[in-house]
Design a protein around this ligand. Structure first.
Ligand SMILES: Cc1cc2nc3c(=O)[nH]c(=O)nc-3n(C[C@H](O)[C@H](O)[C@H](O)COP(=O)(O)O)c2cc1C
Length: 197
């Protein structure tokens, strides 16, 4: 894909959302022509300052926008429009709560509606991030597998000392890993083809 690509970053309420500004900067510095938009859950906003992501860098969409932008019949529906706009979506981080909801088809916020209405001919990457205890809960593996079985691409979590001080699996993949996965998809036509159903 040589023309500008539209990337939608979906950010949920894991402490790894702290890295959202760095992820945005690294994507912008990657040398690729990228248009970036961000959709967040309410809890994600606890972990970063919107001042670190100026509006001219990437617009941030919140639940309220879904309702203020729709006044009546014929108006665009934001979660559908975001999905149409995006060439690629990356859920980074994907916390345990939103993972469970996606696996069950729930869609009670803007981010989840966008995921639920996703066009599966386009790639959707997800980057799980949770405490090791949550990661090791027996429900997690099945939920990850459900998403993978739909063709969504996991960028696996890594083991390290987590921000809470515990050590183990569950940390979000490194930002550099996420950026290189996105760039790999943008530059590799065969990979893009293989991601289609
Ligand atoms: C300080 C703090 C850090 C958290 N970090 C994580 C995390 O890394 N992963 C996770 O799954 N949940 C984490 N949570 C819990 C989620 O924020 C919580 O489940 C929330 O309901 C997620 O909502 P959302 O999926 O709509 O963003 C954390 C909560 C707090 C208070």
């Amino acid at each position: 894909m040589s023309q500008a690509a539209n990337i939608l970053i979906a950010c949920t309420g894991s402490v790894a959302a702290i890295k959202l500004p760095v992820l945005v900067s690294k994507l912008r510095e990657s040398g690729r022509d990228l248009n970036i938009r961000i959709v967040v859950t309410k809890h994600a906003e606890h972990f970063f300052s919107t001042e670190d992501i100026p509006a001219n860098v990437a617009h941030i969409y919140r639940d309220e926008d879904e309702w203020t932008s729709w006044k009546g019949r014929g108006d665009p529906v934001l979660h559908i429009e975001l999905g149409k706009w995006a060439d690629i979506m990356v859920i980074a981080p994907l916390d345990a709560n939103s993972l469970a909801k996606i696996a069950q088809g729930l869609c009670d916020n803007l981010l989840l509606c966008t995921v639920r209405a996703w066009d599966f001919s386009k790639p959707l990457f997800f980057c799980p991030a949770m405490n090791t205890r949550m990661w090791e809960h027996p429900i997690t593996a099945g939920q990850i597998e459900t998403l993978r079985s739909w063709g969504l691409r996991e960028i696996p979590c890594v083991a390290k000392t987590l921000m809470c001080g515990d050590t183990g699996l569950g940390a979000m993949a490194e930002v550099d890993t996420i950026v290189s996965e996105v760039l790999r998809w943008l530059t590799d036509a065969n990979l893009r083809e293989s991601l289609k159903f």
